[in-house]
Design a protein around this ligand. Structure first.
Ligand SMILES: NC(=O)c1ccc[n+]([C@@H]2O[C@H](COP(=O)([O-])OP(=O)(O)OC[C@H]3O[C@@H](n4cnc5c(N)ncnc54)[C@H](OP(=O)(O)O)[C@@H]3O)[C@@H](O)[C@H]2O)c1
Length: 255
């Protein structure tokens, strides 16, 4: 197996933690996000940890033309990436004023449209080589419509569903598809939350679990561990119970 990987949203949080974990495992990396100064720091740390090479692209993943050319450039520099991780994501809260749509649109564009765009572009490249692994970082929040985060939940539900279709479509073609569904991980994204987040995990610990799942081409990876059981329970909750329980718990966590 070639040890080459492209990760979006690699400047901080789960993305940078995964980049450093794969660096530790001796990979050649292609990293994408908007903030170059943070990417440079990840590159410096990653090379010190053992990455064979690290290439950077500062690009907004919603800028379709630049995103596609960044993916092509990284893929070429890596000699054909074996793994692609669509990780870049943002969160937004439901609001009841004129900020509601811009926030929802941005969330859907980054988390659903750009993630699916990246996966589709890399799918074509991997199909031409007859091998590769496509990874999407979705969320437990994609399991149901979480209170206060309609656009976030629906963006992640769209991504999870698209990954599922890809997994079935690509069977027997040499391409694996991995869906990652984090619960609460301690990053800038969750720092906005006000309440106590159950089973909150450090990004480095989550990155170790996700990197191993990616290398093993597991269909589904979830962390922290309790969410492995909570995810199907959430999906099965009758609507009245879901409304009652989640409006009291999730809403108080998000503040
Ligand atoms: N933390 C959690 O509890 C949690 C739970 C479930 C799922 N997730 C998912 O995990 C992924 C990573 O989240 P995180 O918690 O690590 O968040 P984070 O710390 O806020 O990091 C988000 C990353 O995405 C990048 N990004 C955001 N918008 C971008 C854009 N338009 N173009 C390019 N890059 C962009 C950011 O880089 P720049 O700002 O430099 O561009 C940053 O590197 C997301 O998809 C998130 O939805 C997180």
């Amino acid at each position: 197996m070639k040890k080459t990987i492209i990760i979006t949203g690699a400047s901080e949080g789960i993305g940078s933690a995964m980049a450093l974990e794969f660096a530790r495992r001796g990979y050649a990396l292609g990293l994408i996000s908007r903030r170059m100064e943070l990417l440079q720091k990840v590159k410096k740390d990653g090379l010190a940890l053992g990455a064979s090479q690290i290439h950077l692209e500062s690009v907004d993943v919603t800028d379709e033309i630049h995103f596609e050319s960044a993916l092509s450039s990284l893929d070429q520099k890596l000699g054909g990436a074996e793994f692609f991780v669509a990780n870049a994501g943002v969160t937004g809260r439901s609001s009841f004023d004129e900020t509601a749509w811009p926030s929802a649109k941005k969330t859907l564009l980054v988390n659903a449209m750009a993630a699916i765009h990246g996966l589709e572009v890399m799918k074509v490249k991997m199909l031409a080589r007859g091998r590769g692994t496509l990874v999407g970082v979705s969320s437990v929040a994609g399991s149901r419509g979480m209170p206060t985060g309609g656009a976030y939940s629906s963006s992640k539900a769209a991504l999870t569903t698209h990954l599922e279709t890809m997994r079935v479509d690509l069977k027997g073609m040499g391409i694996s598809v991995v869906t990652i569904a984090p619960g609460f991980i301690d990053t800038s994204l969750t720092k906005k939350n006000k309440g106590k987040m159950p089973f909150l995990m450090q990004p480095e610990d989550a990155a170790r679990i996700f990197a191993t799942a990616i290398e093993k081409k597991k269909v589904w990876a979830i962390a922290p561990r309790p969410y492995f059981f909570l995810y199907p329970i959430l999906q099965m909750l009758p609507r009245a119970w879901f409304d009652f329980i989640l409006s009291r718990t999730y809403r108080s966590i998000r503040g």
